[in-house]
Design a protein around this ligand. Structure first.
Ligand code: UD1
Ligand code: CA
Length: 459
């Protein structure tokens, strides 16, 4: 049997945040979600999360993780005290217990698997992950012999000067034989600098411990402050970009772009500088994104271009070109071959294939048939101050520059709207609609003269 416990009760004082540390986001997922995801790959029989500081908030954030057992640690008196809370829920449990700090989010599933295998082969009471760091400050130092047998872990603040020189650090990830751990947990004492119960002290109490040193020390980066949060974000971003480069995506300036785990690219996509993908974006083959674009939960077909634009919760079919300076807001759905140009905003609207909205428009709550040409500055006036109303424009219609379509309104197919029109009534198929004051021209008009009363215009 295999149980996994994640320690997530601490406050994270060094973050100086209202948010519990384990809920800080990293490339779109919280620290604790990342740790749990890593554990899930081993399909453990039990999954326990130790919560304490803002316990309800942490629990609520993980509501979608079924089968997770929340164990309350109140007050939070150290990592050893946290694991003591498992004595009751794991009473009678036989097997291994993996313990992971909730603030070590870069661990790979392969490494966790390797830790479990090493532990099973070694037959010791505990096996722990270690890393050799150039700057080990802050971490507990691990004292071990050539064969990897660990004698003790000493926390940074409890180390003397000679001990601090030891570059081998405790990653905060352990595989215990549960029965043996359960026997020594009650023996922990708080005679250390912080006056807490340290899980690391069980190592000396157990008398038989091995360590497994990770190859890539970035995997064991712990997050205690914002600097470490930023460093981990960089590591994750680098991993994501490398993964997608291997899958056939070109990044012109990789370090200037950010991705989320849930991003998916087709082949031969080019990502230009300063382009960011958040949430679950799906990008088709041969797209060109950026420079300077933000996509969030966007779905793009093949061969789509997005230049200096924002696309959020929107879908764009094959061959569309967006931007520069366009904004597709939630519910924008563009069929193939549409062109959306500068200073155009589209919200909750469907555009048929081949539509053109090239300049300075707002299209909201609208449905456009195929090949509609929206003139510069055309606006759908969709809001009467209380409710939103729909605009429907039939296939092949053209709106003139600076026209206002006051919704609810329906234009048939092949309608032409004269420039500067404000339309408030439906227009049938094939019609021309004009809704503007007729032009007035006065010839030889010199305008009012100073000191004279202007003559009334002849009508
Ligand atoms: C801990 C280790 C240290 C190791 C480092 C790796 C101990 C005593 N020290 O130090 O050897 O090098 O991790 O990152 O274990 N937590 C609780 N309840 C508590 C206290 C903490 O659940 O009462 C949780 C925290 O939410 C956090 C994790 O345990 O997720 C680690 O706590 P933290 O205070 O960050 O330990 P470190 O000082 O980093
Ligand atoms: Ca920590």
């Amino acid at each position: 049997m295999l149980a996994v416990a994640v320690l997530a009760a601490g406050k994270g004082t060094r973050m100086r945040s209202d948010l519990p540390k384990v809920l800080q986001p990293l490339a779109g997922a919280t620290l604790v979600e990342r740790v749990l995801r890593c554990c899930d790959s081993l399909q453990p029989d039990r999954r326990l999360l130790i919560v304490g500081h803002q316990a309800e908030r942490v629990e609520a954030s993980l509501a979608a993780h079924h089968g997770l057992e929340f164990v309350l640690q109140q007050p939070q008196n150290g990592t050893g005290h946290a694991v003591q809370q498992l004595l009751e829920p794991l009473q009678g449990f036989k097997g291994e217990l993996l313990v992971l700090n909730g603030d070590v989010p870069l661990l790979r599933p392969e490494t966790l698997r390797q830790l479990l295998d090493t532990h099973r082969r070694g037959g010791t009471a505990v096996t722990l992950l270690t890393a050799r760091l150039e700057d080990p400050s802050g971490y507990g130092r691990v004292f071990a012999d050539e064969e990897g047998r660990v004698s003790a872990i000493v926390e940074h603040r409890d180390c003397n000067a000679a001990q601090r020189d030891n570059p081998l650090v405790n990653a905060g990830i352990y595989c215990f034989d549960w029965s043996r751990l359960a026997a020594v947990l009650p023996l922990l004492r708080s005679d250390n600098d912080q006056g807490e119960l340290y899980l690391t002290d069980t190592v000396a109490l157990l008398g038989s411990a091995l360590h497994l040193e990770v190859e890539d020390s970035a995997e064991t980066n712990g997050i205690n402050d914002r600097l470490q949060l930023a460093q981990c974000e960089q590591v994750l971003q680098e991993r994501l970009r490398r993964h997608w480069m291997a899958e056939g995506v070109t990044f012109i300036d990789p370090a200037s772009c950010t991705l989320s785990d849930a991003t998916h690219f087709g082949r031969d996509v080019v990502v230009e500088p300063q382009t960011h993908l958040r949430g679950a974006c799906r990008i088709g083959d041969g797209c060109r994104l950026g420079p300077g674009s933000l996509l969030e939960n966007a779905t793009l077909g093949n061969g789509v271009e997005v230049l200096l634009s924002v696309v959020r919760e929107a879908s764009v079919a094959d061959g569309c070109a967006i931007g520069p300076y366009a904004q597709l807001r939630p519910g924008a759905e563009l069929a193939a071959g549409c062109r959306v140009g500068n200073f155009v905003e589209i919200k909750q609207s469907k555009l048929g294939a081949g539509c053109k909205v090239n300049h300075l428009s707002y299209i909201g709550d609208a449905e456009l048939g195929e090949n509609v040409n929206v003139g510069a500055g055309t606006i759908t006036a969709n809001y009467d101050g209380v409710r939103k109303h729909r605009t429907v424009i039939g296939a092949g219609s053209k709106t003139g520059a600076n026209s206002v379509l006051v919704a609810p309104i329906r234009l048939g197919e092949r309608v032409t709207v004269g420039a500067g029109s404000t339309l408030t009534r439906d227009v049938p198929t094939g019609a021309l609609a004009l809704g503007r004051a007729r032009q007035l021209v006065r010839e030889n008009w010199s305008g009012p003269q100073t000191g004279t009363t202007p003559a009334a215009p002849a009508s």
